[in-house]
Design a protein around this ligand. Sequence first.
Ligand code: NAD
Ligand code: UDP
Ligand code: UDP
Length: 345
Amino acid sequence: DQDSSSGYIKPVINKAGRVPVGIGRRRMRVVVTGGAGFVGSHLVDKLIGRGDEVIVIDNFFTGRKDNLVHLFSNPMFELIRHDVVEPILLEVDQIYHLACPASPVHYKYNPVKTIISFTNVMGTLNMLGLAKRVGARFLLTSTSEVYGDPLQHPQKETYWGNVNPIGERSCYDEGKRTAETLAMDYHRGAGVEVRIARIFNTYGPRMCLDDGRVVSNFVAQAIRKQPMTVYGDGQQTRSFQYVSDLVDGLVALMEGEHIGPFNLGNPGEFTMLELSEVVKETIDPTATIEFKPNTADDPHMRKPDISKAKDLLNWEPKISLREGLPLMVGDFRKRILNEDEGKGA
Ligand code: NAD
Ligand code: UDP
Ligand code: UDP
């Protein structure tokens, strides 16, 4: 259904009489910063799949070429090794700005690099400057962490959050809050078309194996026959979203007419103990757990209110935790096996 000579993709009208998102529009040239990472690489696959030209900017801080290697021979794809902290000149229609060291292990290990070496601040500023210069639409991947340890449950976008400005995770939380502020300032001050997504915990294939997030930890531990490490009493809750649902939401937001912020997450809420049970059922019925001390400022509960995204973006997640977890196990097994072979095991 693609007419490559004109650069247009033929419109297809769905049953509701509307042109579905991404179809019947001009072929876009899209930048994805952080496109070699977990979420970014899945987003790139979707954009390439619908006929867009995609430029990935990544410094491989946590991302991997492996996540994109299947696209290297595709003429619609380009990979630039670049740190978004440095300015860059490109001519593009849309910018998905994902670049950010996103895992607790990395930001606690190097908080200054996360916030002050400016990935969140200078990186976002540069990408907004680029958007302003070329008139591109700019989408920021913010986070549910802007709500901090929330006093409202579930969290709505109107909630301003309960964030510790001087704690261990502040570099990430406050960095993203600043990025949101910058996006809105460029929107109000320079007329940049911005979109803000507040992403809740997301999992799936290509997640970093050892980045310390709970789903990747439990899945890798169960595969390696190690006990799953439950921090604290395991009663804290999170809501886990499968990556393809998130990618659909990001594209719907970019293509839609609303700035946001929008919560993008799966409202299904689990305690960490419940999560360990699902991992056990999925991977290894003999898997065990081990309690470890929790980290400071760990949010007690988190669950998105997604009514705004449902109403205005016509989006909601489709894949439950029990359906999604099995979809990442094959990828994790393969990578853990490769790692073991690499160590000569
Ligand atoms: P990831 O670590 O897999 O991807 C981040 C990517 O950004 C990596 O490829 C990394 O190399 C790149 N990067 C980091 N600093 C950079 C820099 N200075 N210049 C260029 N590239 C740089 O993480 P992810 O889970 O894919 O997260 C993607 C985005 O979504 C992040 O902005 C993150 O804050 C946000 N987010 C993710 C989740 C989640 O659960 N995965 C939740 C909330 C928000
Ligand atoms: N910028 C960039 N690419 C561009 C345009 C701008 O990287 O195509 C950077 C620029 O170097 C600056 C930042 O974006 O550091 C903000 O740009 P803006 O034009 O808003 O601010 P100014 O350059 O006027 O301070
Ligand atoms: N967690 C855990 N075991 C682990 C890693 C994390 O019990 O091996 C807990 C952590 O304390 C937190 C929850 O899981 O309460 C989610 O942590 P993660 O770092 O994945 O995400 P975030 O805190 O950013 O939502």
